[in-house]
Design a protein around this ligand. Structure first.
Ligand SMILES: C[S@@+](CC[C@H](N)C(=O)[O-])C[C@H]1O[C@@H](n2cnc3c(N)ncnc32)[C@H](O)[C@@H]1O
Length: 205
């Protein structure tokens, strides 16, 4: 089992806050929207999207950790939530059709992903024309050396996989998104010897 799955399987049974921003309030979710939450964890944001889009819409959460997905499915069953589904999958290779979603969100997940450029093509592929994304994530202010950036345990701790802001925005725009805007940014903070920060970004297909 890789270290990312190992860490998040353990965290599934805790109440720890695993987010790094507030995406839902900028997502502009409308009645009957079809919504996607990448790296949904226990499904907190997915359930909120399901509530906001109502019974004519739905929300799908994707996560790599089977314990996170189990936890989210259990909550949906126990609370009779019928318009939220959860799929165990690596978000780098989504088992989802092209042009399915009105909205894609992701909260503190993309920094874990190996293919930092490819993931944006995958998000672009599954969004409908006219759809949008809102994503909160971490970016690196200091350059993170390869031996740390490739350390699975440190990546799983939500910081070592961070890339710099210019590359981040470049990959989003290269995938084809327009009107890309940074909505919010944190003040920089230290992880080991490296300054990083979190931000929330929005863009349109
Ligand atoms: C920091 S947690 C955030 C969880 C949730 N978005 C939240 O805000 O509470 C990161 C989540 O991303 C998931 N994850 C990491 N890499 C992933 C991948 N390649 N595909 C799908 N999920 C992934 C982890 O299992 C974990 O649940």
């Amino acid at each position: 089992m890789n270290k990312i799955v190992e860490r998040y399987n353990k965290l599934a049974d805790t109440l720890d806050n695993l987010s790094c921003g507030k995406v839902i309030e900028y997502a502009n979710i409308q009645d009957a929207d079809v919504c996607l939450d990448l790296g949904c964890g226990r499904g907190g944001d997915t359930f909120e999207m399901a509530r906001l889009t109502g019974n004519k819409g739905k929300a799908i959460g994707i996560d790599l950790s089977e314990k996170m997905i189990e936890k989210a499915k259990l909550f949906a069953n126990e609370n009779n939530i019928n318009n939220a589904d959860f799929i165990l999958s690596d978000m780098q290779n989504l088992p989802l059709d092209n042009e399915t979603f009105d909205i894609c969100i992701s909260n503190c997940v993309l920094n874990h992903i190996k293919d930092k450029e490819g993931i944006w093509h995958e998000i672009f592929r599954v969004l409908k024309k006219g759809g949008h994304f809102v994503i909160s994530d971490i970016y690196a202010i200091d350059e993170i050396p390869d031996h740390i950036a490739n350390d699975e345990m440190l990546i799983a701790e939500c910081w070592a996989g961070a890339i710099n802001k210019n590359d981040y925005i470049k990959y989003i725009e290269k995938a084809g998104f327009t009107n890309v805007e940074i909505i919010k940014e944190s003040t920089p903070y230290l992880k080991k010897d490296f300054y990083i920060a979190s931000f929330t970004i929005k863009g349109h297909k």
